[in-house]
Design a protein around this ligand. Structure first.
Ligand code: UD1
Length: 322
């Protein structure tokens, strides 16, 4: 691969891994991030090799300047939390939907070759069929899911009306090193690891028998690189997941074993199920295989172990700071 790629949200969890993947694949990379949740240290491994623009995807001039000269746009910037969106649907709407519309418009004006959008499995809601395939009628249950779905529609519309080559990757539950555990809205794996490393009991919302398809961030990066290079119809929508599901209770056991030591004696605490929470989630990966040639490679146990090591390394780095 060659040329310039713009990664919005490139200082965030998924974005920063994608930046490293693109650099390794031979691309030049620019990041557009407002650093509201992104962090400089996430880009430490790419320092000196990436152009970082501090800016807001919702501001048309900033978006246009950032996209200039880019061949590919990976739009990862978002407020990625179902619960945040339930509490503040307007802020979530700005970050999840308005920002996508502005970036799409900037991309088509700049003549970008391909626009790859970080979609979400939340659009499926509790639709009856499992595993979930892209042909199912979406049934969003939260403002977040509604925004992610509306943004997908815009991707399709920009492909149809303006000829912009868009691809939507519907991410299932992504996890890995650098996922920020510092907010109660963070992804469950990061919260479980942070609590257990700290000797605290994590919370399980509901009975813990809800299921999720957890996908390691390295596999998500691989799917993005395929989406950028494969010959596929514009406006495509493709699931990105592991194709396996675990209950939150099973996940707790997996994390507990990976952390080991004192964590082995900790029992989780139970609290009420969260509003807007989907019960079961599992991806059908047929289209991902057929269109992208995508094959997830990291098992949950292996991915959780990598993530625990990543968290321990990050803590050691912080302790070294003056
Ligand atoms: C959802 C979407 C996902 C999206 C993500 C953005 C679905 C199926 N998935 O993830 O595509 O990218 O939002 O945030 O809709 N939980 C606990 N204890 C905790 C935290 C969470 O038990 O401390 C439970 C939750 O209630 C939920 C599960 O763990 O049942 C996963 O939660 P979370 O990691 O927040 O992700 P989703 O909301 O599933």
């Amino acid at each position: 691969m060659s040329g310039l790629a713009l990664v919005t949200g490139g200082a965030g969890f998924i974005g920063s891994h994608l930046v490293e993947g693109l650099l390794a694949a031979g691309m030049r990379v620019r990041v557009l991030d407002d650093f509201s949740t992104g962090r400089e240290e996430n880009l430490a491994a790419a320092a000196g090799r990436v152009e970082v623009v501090r800016g807001d995807c919702c501001r048309a001039e900033e978006a246009q300047a950032a996209v200039s000269g880019a061949e590919l746009v990976f739009h990862e910037a978002a407020l990625p939390s179902v619960q945040r969106s339930v509490e503040d649907p307007f802020l979530a709407q700005r970050r999840n939907l308005d920002a996508t519309l502005v970036m799409l418009d900037a991309a088509r004006r700049a003549g970008v070759r391909r626009f790859i959008y970080a979609g979400s499995s939340s659009v499926y809601g509790d639709s009856a069929e499992l595993p979930r395939h892209e042909g199912l009628c979406p049934e969003p249950l939260s403002p977040y899911a509604a925004q992610k779905l509306a943004a997908e529609h815009y991707c399709r519309v920009f492909a149809g009306c303006y000829g912009l080559h868009t691809v939507v990757l519907r991410y299932f539950n992504v996890y890995g090193p650098r996922q920020d555990p510092s907010s109660p809205y963070s992804g469950v794996i990061s919260l479980f690891i942070a609590a257990l490393l700290d000797g605290r009991a994590p919370f399980i919302f509901g009975d813990g028998r809800q299921t999720r398809d957890f996908v390691f961030v390295g596999d998500v990066v691989a799917a993005n690189l395929l989406a950028a290079t494969r010959d596929l119809p514009r406006g495509s929508i493709v699931n990105v997941a592991s194709g396996r599901r675990s209950t939150v209770l099973e996940l707790f056991d997996t994390v507990q074993r990976a952390v080991g030591g004192g964590a082995l004696g900790i029992e989780p605490l139970f609290a009420a199920a969260r509003p807007g929470d989907v019960r079961d989630s599992l991806a059908d990966l047929t289209r991902a295989r057929d269109l992208l040639g995508f094959q997830p490679t990291v098992s949950l146990g292996e991915g959780v172990r990598h993530t625990v090591v990543g968290f321990l390394n990050a803590t050691q780095q912080k302790e070294k700071l003056p």
